[in-house]
Design a protein. Sequence first.
Length: 207
Amino acid sequence: MTLRLLLGLGALLLVAVGPSSASQLLSGSYGPLSLAVGSDGSVHGVFAERRVGNGTPEAPQFGCLFLLEGRMEGGSARVVTWFPGDAERIGGELRLGVEPSLRLEENHGGCLMTTGDMRDEPYDLLLDEERNDWIGAGLVTAERAVLRPEPVDAPGRTRPYLVRFDPVAVLARHLGWVRVEYLEAADRRVTGWLREDDVALSAPPRR
């Protein structure tokens, strides 16, 4: 009887711990790192932190900017990171769960002047906002990318726009267009459709 009781309690503990661990693999904003975690364990993100320095808020002097992708196994993932247009790929390890962190094999250009070292010390992450509607992330590559209310080119009044290296979360994709949310809007959510050619993406392939 005692053995059966202990086995029963063990099964209950396994049931309780399993979902809790999975629930820690959350999509959302981890400070400057925005992540979309898929149901298959795929992870896509963008890291964006900029400092004015001798520049201006519209054109900061320093920036730590890169895209990220990988696949979660348990609470961690081997990831590949890159800056749009560069051939170099920098690997690293992303950990989610109780103590989220990101560690890279090398620092991206500009990161030592903004975020700090991510090679010798893991960069601690803190979940600021959970977002289950993100499917990917990106960086704007066009000088000026107009946000449209629908995925079509249509004449009309002046539209809001994003500029090169603005970070976005991807909400949807449709025939050469991506619906995005601008990640640096201070007081409200700014969303719209961009031409896919105007954005460097870390996102699952279209089906």
